[in-house]
Design a protein around this ligand. Structure first.
Ligand code: CUA
Length: 410
């Protein structure tokens, strides 16, 4: 005999079954959620989403209630007579056509309004940032300040930022989920994206590429720090200054007076504001493991002045620019002018520390698949050129010196 569950027996089972769903929805904070209320853009997005969700929920509840009612009320019983045969019901058919059309129309109004709002040009006085996607890193320019940087953006809280998006090669897609977005960066068209970060809470964000663009698409990230306007000004004023190492003597007269004393070792370049490392939220600190097979001689101490000399006569200068080092004028790689002030290297893949910098210089192509930067370490195998670096290769000591020089470029 078939066993039938009574409806009231099903209630506890269904209730328990829905609990995991409820708990999953409240099981932590999601810093990369686009439903953060940090800009007008993602607040509008949340509002749109909620409207659609509530309409969808209402439809779901009505349909499921009717369905369950019909299943229970008209279920087959041992003594059920043959049901009445019907064909069509004009009223019901019109209702279930008109009702969804109405709901879609109601949803369309705020949707289209939002699309138009964010397709208009950014308000006057917006902070302009030019974004250029490269395989596989991000170049950022602040034309108002004359800054070119890579893989890291500082934004002042309260000022609208207008991103101008382009690509140097294939299609990339620019997205900072915590602030709003996303939009494609295309080579033959300029796209725009604007919003106003107004959050004074969490201030460190992750941005990423969201259009498949080749071997290291997943390794094309960047960091964003929304900071107080005064901190932004300090950062920007410092970033636009040249990074001259060793720093020029403060005052030639004073130097002449102390000429008899031994010259102190040149200090690092004085720093502007940088987002404090200790306050960076855990999710913006990269935890990428060092790929197997990458090693560096332990215990070497780099000499920054020697590093400056080696850097300035090595292949580095053909691809990288350091404003303040007249030898370093390349533009196809990331601008390194204030590299030491950045939180990450390699398109946000690794933290910017001595060990990762050394390994990166030694064999970038073994650290991140497909990168343009050649393997430079003497005796290293270059996986793209399929050959071992011999003539012109850098020893670990030379690499340690170059890394020490780069770390002076605060
Ligand atoms: Cu650039 Cu994916």
């Amino acid at each position: 005999m078939t066993r039938f569950f009574r409806p009231r027996q099903l209630v506890p089972v269904l209730s328990v079954a829905t609990l995991p769903l409820l708990f999953a929805a409240c099981s932590g904070n999601y810093p990369n959620s686009t439903f953060q209320h940090t800009t007008e853009f993602n607040r509008d997005l949340t509002s749109l989403w909620n409207q659609m969700m509530w309409w969808g929920l209402a439809v779901f509840v009505i349909v499921e209630t009717l369905l369950v009612y019909v299943i229970v009320r008209f279920r087959r019983r041992p003594d059920s007579p043959e049901p009445r045969h019907v064909h069509g019901n004009a009223l019901m058919e019109i209702s279930w056509t008109v009702a969804p059309a109405l709901i879609l129309a109601i949803i369309a109004v705020p949707t289209v309004r939002s699309i138009w709002k964010y397709q208009t040009p950014a308000p006057n006085g917006s902070l302009q940032i030019e974004v250029i996607g490269h395989q596989w890193w991000w170049e950022f320019k602040y034309p108002e300040h004359g800054i070119t940087t890579a893989n890291e953006i500082y934004l002042p809280v309260g000022r609208t930022v207008n991103f101008t998006l382009r690509s140097a090669d294939v299609i990339h897609s620019f997205w900072i989920p915590g602030l709003g977005g996303k939009r494609d960066a295309v080579s033959n068209q300029v796209n725009h994206l604007w919003y106003t970060p107004d959050s004074v809470g969490v201030t460190g964000w992750i941005g990423s590429c969201n259009e498949y663009c080749g071997a290291s698409h997943a390794n094309m990230r960047f960091r964003v720090f929304t900071v107080a306007p005064a901190d932004f000004d300090s950062w920007a004023n410092h970033q636009k200054a040249k990074a001259v190492y060793p720093p020029p003597a403060p005052d030639t007269v004073a130097v002449r007076q102390v000429a008899a004393a031994p010259a102190p070792a040149p200090a690092a370049i004085a720093e502007g504001y940088v987002f404090p490392a200790a306050q960076r939220p855990a999710h913006v600190v990269p935890a990428t493991p060092i790929p197997a097979g990458n090693t560096f001689t332990e215990g070497l101490t780099g000499d920054p002045q020697r590093g400056l000399a080696i850097y300035s006569r090595s292949a580095c200068i053909g691809c990288h620019k350091i404003d303040g080092n007249p030898m370093s004028i390349g533009i196809i790689g990331p601008n390194l002018t204030h590299i030491a002030s950045r939180a990450t290297i390699a398109g946000g893949l690794f933290p910017n520390d001595t060990r990762h910098m050394q390994l990166w210089i030694k064999n970038a192509r073994k650290m991140k698949p497909g990168v343009t930067m050649n393997s430079l370490g003497k005796g290293e195998f270059d996986p793209i050129l399929k050959m071992t670096v011999t003539v012109g290769g850098l020893t670990d000591q030379e690499i340690a010196d170059i890394a020490a020089y780069l770390q002076m470029l605060k």
